[in-house]
Design a protein around this ligand. Structure first.
Ligand code: FES
Ligand SMILES: [Fe+2]
Length: 364
């Protein structure tokens, strides 16, 4: 981060709008499991640090800092040897999965004790590869619970997708925890004018913040209608979004006949996993798992692709440009900005309080 960027971040901290900081002792999604083909290196910046990941012949995933301790060439430019070592492309030092240099082909072949790359704990769970970059022990029990993705028919899981949003992760969380924007930014797809006047109660569950939204007797938004051939002309639309620190969101959403129990309807669990690339960029991993499936397998197959593309369109082409433009406006601000808070902003305000508390506890 250069001086101007640092100033920009600290300015936002003063404004109380963005912390600009990361919780380091937390699990973050480094990649979808399917992104890591055996023997291929994947370079990714996470929490501002360069990381290289690969899946070994035994199926295990390794994550090292993507910086050779010799002359700092990215290790991701190197290649994997048959024994599983990663060989630096520049001068051929070889590293094991624990980051230790195991071969120096030069001179006396002495291996200096500092010849090691940081090795990060990784766990593969819920179709994702989770990485721990904190200084405290990595406890896999702290991986957030996304077991709704496990043991479900593959056709009910939307494609595992990822985009990069050039904005601080908090702006993306703000967007996801504020369902009111769906009536405008995603009009016709995820909301409409009839869903504006919705109740939006906010609950706390430990450190989790849950925002519910209920729109009774509305025209069903286009995302849901193919899920339910012969759906009623009007429906109750509902959503419940759970934020889990620092930046995971689970959304239970759907439609049902007016006044009927929700379980009799159909919808999906939206899964949103955010990983800060740095202070001004976010890896946005997303997918969804359908529930109350009322269609046959062939229809499900078609919907898997169609709904996957529609959700990507909503996030990449509707949310993304607005969020990135917000970031640019914040960066250019020459005075303290004090956002107007609406009733629909209770969720975003609440999670920031929790996040600030967790950050303060971690950073003293
Ligand atoms: S920079 Fe990696 S071996 Fe020299
Ligand atoms: Fe959105």
């Amino acid at each position: 981060m250069d001086g101007a960027q640092a100033k920009s971040v600290s300015q936002r901290v003063r404004q109380g709008m963005l912390t600009g900081r990361f919780l380091r002792n937390a699990w973050y999604v480094a990649a979808w499991g399917e992104e890591l083909a055996t023997g291929k290196l994947l370079a990714r910046t996470i929490l501002g640090e360069p990381v290289v990941l690969w899946r070994g012949a035994d199926g295990k995933v390794t994550a090292l800092e993507d910086r050779c301790p010799h002359r700092f060439a990215p290790l991701s430019l190197g290649h994997l040897l048959e024994g599983g070592q990663l060989q630096c492309a520049y001068h051929g030092l070889e590293f094991g999965a624990d980051g230790m240099c195991v071969n120096n082909p030069h001179g006396t072949r002495n291996i200096p004790s500092r010849a090691k790359a940081i090795s990060y704990p990784v766990v593969e769970r819920h179709l994702a590869v989770w990485i721990w970059m904190g200084d405290k022990p990595a406890d896999p029990a702290r991986i957030p619970n996304f077991d709704i993705m496990d043991d479900v028919p593959a056709l009910h899981v939307m494609p595992l997708d990822r985009i990069v949003v050039k904005a601080n992760y908090e702006l993306v969380v703000d967007n996801l925890l504020d369902v009111s924007h769906t009536s405008y930014l995603h009009e016709g797809i995820l909301g409409n004018k009839e869903t504006v006047e919705s109740e939006t109660p906010v609950r706390l569950d430990g450190d989790d913040v849950i925002v519910d939204r209920y729109s009774p007797n509305a025209t069903p938004p286009g995302m849901f209608t193919p899920f339910w051939p012969g759906h009623p002309p009007r429906v109750d639309k509902f959503s419940s979004t759970r934020w889990m620190a620092p930046c995971y969101l689970k959304l239970h959403t759907g439609i049902c006949a007016p006044g009927a129990p929700k379980e009799t309807g159909t919808g999906y669990h939206g899964i949103h996993m955010l990983t800060p690339e740095d202070e001004q960029s976010t890896h946005y991993f997303f997918t969804a798992v359908r529930w109350g499936v009322k269609t046959d397998d062939e229809t499900n197959r078609q919907q898997r692709e169609r709904v996957g593309k529609l959700r990507r369109f909503a996030f990449e082409e509707q949310d993304g440009p607005v969020i990135e433009a917000q970031q640019q406006v914040l960066d250019k601000a020459r005075r303290n900005l004090d956002p107007v808070i609406l009733s629909t902003d209770v969720g975003p305000v609440r999670y920031k309080h929790v996040l600030e508390r967790l950050l303060a506890a971690e950073q003293g």
